[in-house]
Design a protein around this ligand. Sequence first.
Ligand SMILES: [Zn+2]
Length: 249
Amino acid sequence: MQTNKYKHYLDMHCHYDQITIQDIKQKFTNEPLIAIAQSTNIEDYRKYLEIKAENIPNLYFGYGLYPDNVLKKDFEKIERDLEEIDFSEALVIGEIGMDKKITENPFNISLQEKLFRKQIEIAATLKKPIVVHTRGAVKESLEILKSYPEVKTILHWFTAEKEEIEEALSRGYFLTERFAKPKIENIEKHLDQIFIETDLPVWQNGKETTIESIKESYEVFSKKYNMPLEKVKEKIINNFLKLFPTIDI
Ligand SMILES: [Zn+2]
């Protein structure tokens, strides 16, 4: 019998390090959810090892170091963190990327690039997709990513100019939408490259985001593009299974 895999809401990008194991277990037992919780630093990674040990069905993990690490510690320490992380155990490498909103200092930006490239290279070696943060640095990120055409790339919460969105889509990248942003023109032509996320715990319109907020994210998407919710859910699950063909929902 065909399982009802299309009933699931997939949260392609979120952070569960501040949520209790009990809460996660309860939500994943009661709701048709799939999520890829991603790390931003070594502390999240260690927390995720504890959550992962619980083997919660449909909960996956991404490991990576976020660009703000270069403002918080020496690069030597960052390299030790990278060595500690068992990237082979991750579904995706993320959250990684560039961020010019937190620093415009050219030296810090160059360190971000160094950290970003190191992690893309890990992903290339392990043949795993990357989940990329591009805040204030879309141009720089797209330029760096040009060097790695073989790496499957997911640009999370990608708010960019129309031409940049077109460029990303033409390179075959996936884009994730969070609630109402961005607006992708002719989206019906690009549905094979779309995911939806919450980026939990980032708040939405002054409201706390929770594990189940992914449902709202889907509803907003479905209304915005005037597409039946069931069609959106089916499309997103098919994209997920294409990216991860060994996963059984
Ligand atoms: Zn995030």
